[in-house]
Design a protein around this ligand. Structure first.
Ligand code: C2E
Ligand code: SIN
Ligand code: SIN
Ligand code: FE
Ligand code: FE
Length: 409
């Protein structure tokens, strides 16, 4: 028995290091759920994430329901929310911050403060027996979500109550999930503050411009992704990341002096050279390659002025050193241009969204162009400045793009 416990602890520590390597938040949540279920031995599990005073049912795994599907098919489930209240077990655990280990969900005494919500079972044609529900807490004990394991299995595969001895282990998985969730939420807050800082510095990059570029980018991506057969789940997952990254495309302008940034007329050659640095300086802010959002923000900041035909800037430059990427220089040691798919997808998308907005808007150095003129420039530049696939997606997305520009007039 002691030997067994020792091995379990070893396994747990090994899992910690593995989980720390996972950079994508969704993947992290799926791994934690799977690891917790394997460790304890149970049929199903879910993670709920707090949104205001509700819990959003965000991730779920269920071997029984999965086995009813053809192999390779993904379990589809509706995301729903439950109030943080006694109406459900998960809601009650979030409300009180206490773990609940329930041996039989259908045999709860009427005198208990919480009740079991049978609607999930009814919709899924599933039978819940045992439920172990653990809060996800921050250091200050604030509940930010819930981890729920369902239907513990004996070694023979029959459904049994959760052994109180596993509660400790499940708390461990819950704290891993809480750390990952808190980190993702912190990052979001920092990025939102960076966006408003950039808005304050640059008279042309107003909040409205930034919101429009974010919105346009997402609509273009949506069209492109559907055309390229990405699943709805995958598209939805990337939309939020792209929107935030696109809103940060010009964050590097906070490092450009006011005399250049706010110049009323055209920039001279030297001033424009300085201005071009906003790409590299912006990218340099995003050091953390363990976060999808930061990787996307770096791709966009660095690449949004690249052109599909190789005529853009800054080319193959390492944002952290400001020097050409080794092996990517011409005979004079200058960085080689980026072209085509050297330019990350999100960079190619934001390039178009940004120019569409700049052309349609008034700037200190130019008047707003009318829509016909803007569209004919974009059409003309397809295959030159812009990736032709992205330009096609842009034209398909025009009705949604117009709706966004009206919303942020
Ligand atoms: P921005 O104003 O947001 O413009 C973004 C991009 O839209 C520009 O990138 C350019 O590709 C396109 N664009 C803007 N205006 C026009 C235009 O009248 N015609 C055409 N064909 N394209 C246009 P670019 O050129 O790399 O400039 C980057 C940023 O540098 C601009 O962002 C703006 O903040 C600044 N900038 C560029 N030129 C001038 C200038 O002459 N005077 C001033 N004050 N700032 C400038
Ligand atoms: C609940 O927390 O009441 C719902 C449990 C379930 O998902 O079956
Ligand atoms: C991405 O940036 O998400 C994908 C990169 C690419 O397809 O170019
Ligand atoms: Fe820019
Ligand atoms: Fe811009």
């Amino acid at each position: 028995m002691i030997q067994h416990e020792y091995e379990r602890l070893q396994e747990l520590l090994k899992l910690s290091t593995d989980l720390a390597e996972v950079k994508d938040f969704d993947v992290l949540m799926e791994r934690i759920l799977k690891a917790a279920r394997d460790f304890v031995g149970c049929d199903a599990g879910s993670i709920y994430i707090r949104e205001g005073n509700r819990l959003k049912f965000s991730y779920t795994q269920n071997d029984t329901l999965q086995s009813r599907l053809e192999t390779g098919r993904k379990l589809l489930y509706n995301t729903f929310t439950v109030p943080i209240s006694n109406e459900s077990i998960a809601g009650y655990v979030a409300l009180t911050g206490e773990m609940l280990n329930i041996p039989d969900a259908y045999a709860l005494s009427g005198s208990l403060p919480y009740r079991f919500d049978r609607s999930f079972d009814e919709n899924a044609r599933y039978r819940t027996l045992s439920i172990l529900t653990v809060p996800l807490k921050k250091n200050n004990n604030q509940v930010i979500g819930v981890l729920q394991l369902i239907n513990a299995r004996s070694s023979e595969g029959t459904i049994i109550p959760f052994d109180p001895g596993v509660e400790f282990y499940v708390t461990y998985f819950a704290s891993n999930a809480a750390v990952g969730l808190e980190r993702a939420q912190l990052m979001r807050g920092i990025l939102l503050r960076m966006i408003s800082m950039a808005e304050l510095r640059d008279p042309s990059e107003t909040g409205i411009h930034v919101n429009r570029v974010g919105g346009y980018s997402v609509e273009i991506f949506d069209e492109w992704a559907r055309e390229n057969g990405l699943s709805r789940t995958e598209i939805d997952k990337q939309r939020d990341t792209l929107r935030m990254a696109a809103m940060l495309h010009d964050v590097g302008k906070v490092a450009i002096s006011d005399t250049i940034l706010k110049k009323p007329g055209r920039l001279d050659v030297e001033e424009f050279e300085t201005m071009k640095m906003h790409t590299v300086l912006g990218a340099r802010l995003f050091l953390n390659t363990f976060s999808d959002l930061e990787v996307a923000a770096r791709d966009v900041a660095l690449n949004h002025h690249e052109k599909f035909n190789g005529a853009g800037y800054p080319g193959h430059v390492d944002p952290f050193t400001g020097k050409p990427v080794p092996g990517k220089t011409d005979s004079d040691g200058r960085p080689l241009p980026k072209r085509g798919e050297d330019i990350p997808l999100f960079g190619r998308i934001v390039a178009l969204a940004d120019v569409y907005d700049a052309l349609s808007s008034q700037r200190s150095y130019k008047k707003a162009f009318d829509e016909d003129r803007v569209l004919s420039i974009i059409h003309e530049e397809s295959g030159k400045h812009f990736d032709p696939e992205i330009a096609a997606a842009f034209f398909s997305a025009l009705p949604s793009i117009h709706a966004i520009s009206r919303r942020y007039e």
